[in-house]
Design a protein around this ligand. Structure first.
Ligand SMILES: [Ca+2]
Length: 524
């Protein structure tokens, strides 16, 4: 048994903040630099759907992401667990489904809901890694005690300052300014990430660097040169801007986020969104692509620095967009749904010794990232994780690790993104009884959504809480024009997928991670 494995065992599950110096002392001096465990560079991109080169997008110009994909596995069928920053990032970074973090709304804190949760960077820190973050890695909470989860990082979180806007045109949804990359904050984040890599290369320890870019999140602002890469007239306005047949009201929302900008013509409800004139839609799409290319260029700087510092060969790079995005499809904008456009995410993973330049069609989840990092860095799981390692797929793109992905959405988010304004779930059981949640099971062909009232999977399932179903057949209907849940021709499909979904509920409920959330919600 080698030294590192023993060290891993020793540190597993222990709060080692106080132990690290002792362990370092105990470590023979000449083995310090022999720690050849791979570094981890986690690149989080806010609100970026897979409209990028590696996913075959015919319009996007993303040379840096293309280059990354050429030495990585691109996951064609990856799904987020919630289509909203706070919950999706809480889930991804803890390796726990949203019912085990208790974060369903924008400002929830998994740390307050269950202080014992061990995050991905925290597990690596506890295992001898230097861990540091810059930009938006966790969703930024107002509560300073839990903001950026201080316990995750061995080095102080890198502060960046920069403006959302370069011009003073008020709160507009799109902005094109003739400024350098650091005229907006993502340029500053890239500069700081590059500096951090220069320092981390000199550390005796392997590192985890989390870098979070803020575009293409609204407002869609980017330097002019990225706008100039695209022709506005050729922007792909969504063809289907209606509700599906046999619609379920909970599945839709009123695009509240976009409505908050002064340069968006007023519209009253989601069905009126289609009345956003074509010119405005094309401007938004043009701006979204400009922001993607702007972000791509910043990623390029970070990856170039990784190369220049001699770190590229021994660094795992994981790049993801934190959820999908509606750009007019179904008559909706923004995220906040269980639909394909909102839950299908870009995920690209490059790791030393693994396949390069390949694509996998396996259905995978963001939950799978934490166990993958554990396996690649030989870090033992600090708690029961809800995902499965992607390493078999990184070795063989034809491999499959699971039959379906689960996403969920809490409809209480629609009005103001949160049931209450504080970050604490404590004592919210009563409010949760009114909460409508859609659990979506996506396999390689179908998506079944079971809408429930007052149910979360940390509780025992009770069929009386079901309020509606959706079923989409992506082989026949990739745009979700028809909800076929009530079509007799699909009765056996619904039955089969319901069974799988209910098995998932039972498994989630039986996890040791359920009880702490149930207690917190109950106010205990
Ligand atoms: Ca986001």
């Amino acid at each position: 048994m080698n030294y590192r494995k023993n060290l891993n065992r020793l540190l597993c599950g222990v709060n080692v903040a106080a132990m690290v110096p002792a362990v370092a002392d105990a470590k023979p001096a000449d083995t310090k630099k022999a720690d050849d465990r791979p570094n981890v560079l986690l690149i989080a991109i806010d609100d970026m759907k897979p409209w990028i080169g590696p996913y075959g997008d015919p319009i996007a110009k993303t040379p840096a992401m293309d280059a990354l994909a050429s030495r990585a596995t691109t996951f064609n069928n990856a799904y987020c667990q919630v289509s909203l920053s706070g919950p999706t990032r809480s889930s991804l970074l803890t390796g726990l489904n949203p019912d085990h973090t208790g974060v369903w709304w924008l400002m929830g804190s998994f740390r307050k809901n269950n202080p014992d949760i061990v995050t991905m960077p925290q597990a690596l820190k506890d295992n001898g890694y230097e861990t540091v973050g810059v930009g938006k890695v966790y969703h930024p909470l107002k509560d300073k005690e839990v903001k950026d989860d201080p316990i995750s990082w061995s080095l102080p979180y890198i502060k960046t300052s920069g403006s959302q806007y370069a011009l003073s045109n008020g709160r507009v949804a799109t902005e094109c300014a003739n400024v350098p990359d650091n005229g907006y904050v993502d340029g500053v984040i890239a500069e700081e990430a590059v500096k951090a890599l220069g320092k981390l290369k000199n550390s005796d320890k392997p590192f985890f660097l989390g870098v979070g870019f803020k575009k293409p999140h609204l407002p869609f602002c980017a330097p002019k040169k990225y706008w100039d890469m695209y022709d506005r007239e050729s922007m792909p306005v969504a063809e289907f801007q209606e509700m599906s047949t046999d619609p379920v009201e909970y599945a839709y929302h009123n695009s509240l986020e976009l409505k908050g900008y002064s340069d968006i013509p007023p519209f009253e409800s989601f069905v009126d969104t289609k009345h956003l004139d074509t010119e405005t839609q094309k401007r938004l799409l043009h701006a979204y692509y400009a922001c993607i290319s702007y972000t791509d260029a910043q990623i390029g700087k970070v990856l170039e620095a990784l190369e220049k510092e001699g770190l590229a060969d021994n660094t795992i790079v994981i790049m993801f967009g934190d959820h999908g995005y509606h750009l007019g499809d179904h008559g909706m904008w923004n995220k906040l749904s269980d639909f394909e456009q909102s839950t299908h995410v870009p995920l690209i993973v490059s790791a030393p010794g693994m396949k390069k330049g390949v694509k996998s069609d396996a259905v995978v989840e963001f939950l799978d990232i934490f166990p993958t990092v554990c396996e690649l860095t030989k870090t033992e799981h600090p708690q029961q994780l809800d995902g499965k390692s992607l390493v078999p797929i990184l070795k063989n793109p034809k491999a499959k690790t699971k039959d379906y992905a689960i996403s969920q959405f809490s409809r209480s988010c629609t009005e103001n993104y949160t049931i209450s304004t504080d970050t604490d779930l404590k004592g919210k059981a009563k409010e949760l009884e009114e909460d409508i949640t859609g659990y979506a099971l996506r396999d390689s062909r179908y998506r079944l959504v079971e809408w429930t009232k007052g149910f979360k999977t940390y509780m025992p399932f009770d069929e009386s809480k079901v309020v509606a179903y959706e079923l989409y057949d992506y082989n026949k209907d990739p745009e979700e024009r028809h909800n076929v849940a009530n079509d007799p021709a699909y009765a056996s499909v619904v039955k089969n997928l319901k069974k799988k979904l209910h098995q998932y509920y039972a498994k989630s409920y039986s996890s040791p991670m359920s009880a702490p959330i149930a207690k917190t919600a109950a106010g205990e």
